[in-house]
Design a protein around this ligand. Structure first.
Ligand SMILES: Cc1ncc(COP(=O)(O)O)c(C=O)c1O
Length: 381
């Protein structure tokens, strides 16, 4: 039985041949700060439709660079409690104070109405996470709101390269967009991240920051700001370029899998699949669904594992309930009742380019059976 994983990075035969040849060129030339990094940045900026893309060693570094560029020391940054630890950690480590806000039940993305309630004179800006690949349905409203209130908007687009609405891509709505190329993501570079922006000041700060705060305009080695070395290597950029060249093909496959789930699970009892009407709006890093209250998620995951299919829940616990933030900010259960309730019963189905139509049908049938089994078990108790 073919095992279906949550993620399966894909490099075809031609990619491998090209990579092997280009690695020789790297070994004979620049190992760092060479032509692949520059080309990856240019190709990524063109794809997202922004003036600048700055390649880094991770999305976490890109988030930190964006936050430092906008200046958050001692100020509040509003973030969703439904996100990976890196979003909140970047705020804390750059001297900001994370303020956790609710998500919307239909998108699992940050809820603008709740954000408005949490904005105060101490707020510096907002990080919007395009959760599971879905371009936040409110992203344009977020930008308008931020502009009207003098706040910055950073898009945490770690899950969502190529997600678009009305021809505009994730990473082009905010003052900065931050992408991840970790192996489980939509495209990978082994490790790596990209900061996208149309803001010249953010771009020039980020370039300097990733070179230990160096003045990148001066010939002499002058350092203007505190900075780090968070550059991307040539090897990673090479992988990233190959993957980016397949982005549309990968997205086509992911959207096809999502469409099959949509058809096969329409009206399925015990669950609500969270699919946007327009599949272009998501890069479908994963396909989330909400289980009906009372169903046993662990039991459903065990049933799926027995059928050779991985499922997971991203993320649990909610960010404000992670031990580190409980300890730092005194946050606890009940702070965000809606988010806590939604995250207790959400589940993600696998979605990636190595899944065939038959694989998607197999997953849909297995999740139906698993949910029926859990419902029967619940009734029998
Ligand atoms: C929403 C989100 N933000 C940020 C990150 C951090 O990415 P990286 O591992 O490239 O630092 C991740 C990684 O999983 C993520 O899912």
């Amino acid at each position: 039985m073919k095992k279906i994983n949550m993620a399966d990075p894909h490099f075809d035969e031609d990619d491998r041949k090209w990579i092997h040849r280009e690695i020789d060129a790297i070994l004979d030339g620049a190992l760092s700060m060479g032509p692949n990094v520059r080309a990856f940045e240019n190709e990524f900026a063109a794809r997202v439709g922004v003036r600048h893309a700055i390649a880094m060693n991770s999305c976490t570094s890109a988030l930190e660079a964006a936050l430092l560029a906008k200046g958050v020391a001692g100020r509040e940054v509003i973030i969703p409690a439904e996100t990976f630890i890196a979003t909140g950690m970047a705020v804390h480590l750059t001297g900001g104070i994370p303020v956790f806000a609710e998500i919307s039940a239909s998108s699992l993305c940050l809820d603008l109405e709740d954000v408005k309630r949490k904005v105060t004179s101490r707020t510096a800006g907002i990080i919007l996470v395009h959760m599971a690949g879905l371009l936040s349905p409110e992203v344009a409203e977020f930008r308008r709101y931020c502009d009207s209130e003098g706040l910055f908007l950073i898009e945490d687009a770690a899950h969502s390269p190529g997600a678009r609405s009305a021809g505009k891509e994730a990473g082009s709505f905010g003052h900065a967009g931050c992408f991840s190329f970790f192996p489980t993501k939509v495209i990978t570079a082994g490790e790596g991240g990209m900061l996208t922006t149309d803001d010249d000041a953010v771009a020039s700060f980020a370039r300097s920051y990733q070179n230990r705060g160096r003045d990148m305009e001066a010939r002499a080695e002058h350092y203007l700001n505190p900075g780090r070395n968070v550059r991307m290597t040539e090897m990673s950029a090479l992988l990233g370029r190959v993957q980016l060249s397949h982005l549309d093909e990968f997205l086509g496959r992911r959207r096809r899998v999502a469409a099959i789930y949509g058809e096969a699970l329409a009206g399925a009892p015990g669950m609500q699949l969270l699919l946007p009407d327009d599949l272009e709006c998501s890069s479908f890093w994963k396909v989330p669904l909400l289980l009906e209250p009372g169903l046993d998620r662990e039991m459903i995951a065990e049933h799926m594992a027995a059928a050779g299919i991985a499922v997971d829940w991203a993320y649990q616990p909610a960010l404000h309930l992670q031990p580190v933030f409980r300890a730092l900010y005194g946050t606890s259960e009940g702070l965000l009742p809606r988010t806590e309730e939604l995250l207790s019963r959400h589940l993600c189905l696998p979605c990636h380019p190595r899944m065939s139509d038959d694989d998607a049908i197999r997953v849909a049938e297995a999740i139906r059976t698993a949910i029926e089994g859990s419902a029967r078990h619940g009734l029998g108790r």
